[in-house]
Design a protein around this ligand. Sequence first.
Ligand SMILES: *[C@@H]1O[C@H](CO)[C@@H](O)[C@H](O)[C@H]1NC(C)=O
Ligand SMILES: *[C@@H]1O[C@H](CO)[C@@H](O)[C@H](O)[C@H]1NC(C)=O
Ligand SMILES: *[C@@H]1O[C@H](CO)[C@@H](O)[C@H](O)[C@H]1NC(C)=O
Ligand SMILES: *[C@@H]1O[C@H](CO)[C@@H](O)[C@H](O)[C@H]1NC(C)=O
Ligand SMILES: *[C@@H]1O[C@H](CO)[C@@H](O)[C@H](O)[C@H]1NC(C)=O
Ligand SMILES: *[C@@H]1O[C@H](CO)[C@@H](O)[C@H](O)[C@H]1NC(C)=O
Length: 326
Amino acid sequence: MRLLPFRVLVASCYLLSAELGAALKIAANLNWIEHTPLLYTINNSYSAGPDRPIMMDGGVITLSDTSDIIIGANSETQGLKQYFLHKNYRLIYVLVEVTYRLVANKIEGVQTLADLKGKKIGTFNGTSAEVFVRALMDNAGLNPDVGDYTLVNTLVNGSMCMRAPCGPGTLPAMLKQREIDAFGCWETAPELAIQDLGEDNVRVFQNATLFREIFSLYATAEALSDTKQRAQIVRYIKSVNKTLELFKTPEKVLPFVSRTINVPETVIGNVWENHVWGPGSLGKELIDFLEMEETYLGRMDNRTAMSRADLENFVDASVYEDALEL
Ligand SMILES: *[C@@H]1O[C@H](CO)[C@@H](O)[C@H](O)[C@H]1NC(C)=O
Ligand SMILES: *[C@@H]1O[C@H](CO)[C@@H](O)[C@H](O)[C@H]1NC(C)=O
Ligand SMILES: *[C@@H]1O[C@H](CO)[C@@H](O)[C@H](O)[C@H]1NC(C)=O
Ligand SMILES: *[C@@H]1O[C@H](CO)[C@@H](O)[C@H](O)[C@H]1NC(C)=O
Ligand SMILES: *[C@@H]1O[C@H](CO)[C@@H](O)[C@H](O)[C@H]1NC(C)=O
Ligand SMILES: *[C@@H]1O[C@H](CO)[C@@H](O)[C@H](O)[C@H]1NC(C)=O
């Protein structure tokens, strides 16, 4: 090993930590369409250098008090689950609202949601997808907890398919093999099932009022009260907000999104209309929705739902307000 003089070593360690401390670290699931404006912003609104934010795999779950990840991105479902455990987490920006879809195989004679009585519906255990399926079916008067239908809970890791061909055990393949009669979750799995079975052979259900994913950015109250970190967060949110203007015109960003998540432009193009790019409401409308969802999470996780006052404390609109002043 080459020995460096002590002073050089100390100086380079200092430089290194100063650099590491300088860049804003942002964590999201890198497979999903939802995260792509976050990367687009880094690649297009910042010049290369120590100040350019860094995109990493993760989400609100990696935003622990000890990690150096400053912003986590996830659905409101994961946000609420984490907020229940960490009351210092804050929802600071709504990036996109996505209407999920439930796809049923018409072979089973399904024309309406009520026809799914007694059938098997696949979803991802403990995620926003399960909340979606329960909410949609509840509205049709069907509850799996009393046996109206069977919720086939599958694990995200084993059963997710984002790009064709979808192998055995994934939700689109299970639908085709008639192991399940329907499934509901985020894109692109429903789209892949529709393409594979053929539009004429499926019934597709969605209802944005009952459930939509509110994909948001989160930070800790501590990071938000640190002057330097807050300034970085505000600047980043301002830039992301600008990026979203472009995302409203798919032609401008489809090649980037396709390259980033490695899914063909045609597939992404077909699901684009289910994505309403932000900025989404941080006001009463959002709190109302969170309150409704929290009742499902309480049931799913067998815990008391958090109060409205708790939820009001979770949403912090002040960062966005600061960004408006920039
Ligand atoms: C997933 O479902 C199983 C039973 O199907 C349950 O025991 C488990 O707690 C669930 N996990 C989550 C994360 O909801
Ligand atoms: C899914 O896979 C990732 C990476 O392999 C792993 O870190 C994670 O714990 C897995 N999650 C589950 C629910 O098995
Ligand atoms: C969605 O559900 C709400 C609440 O039941 C209902 O009022 C509305 O008509 C539904 N929308 C569609 C498009 O079915
Ligand atoms: C975004 O920037 C990173 C780092 O410079 C680069 O590796 C990546 O290819 C870029 N992504 C796209 C889709 O251009
Ligand atoms: C839910 O919690 C209650 C009270 O802690 C407990 O008695 C019950 O067994 C739990 N049910 C499930 C399904 O975990
Ligand atoms: C975000 O973009 C919208 C237009 O979509 C604009 O009305 C709003 O002022 C922007 N907010 C910020 C913080 O720049």
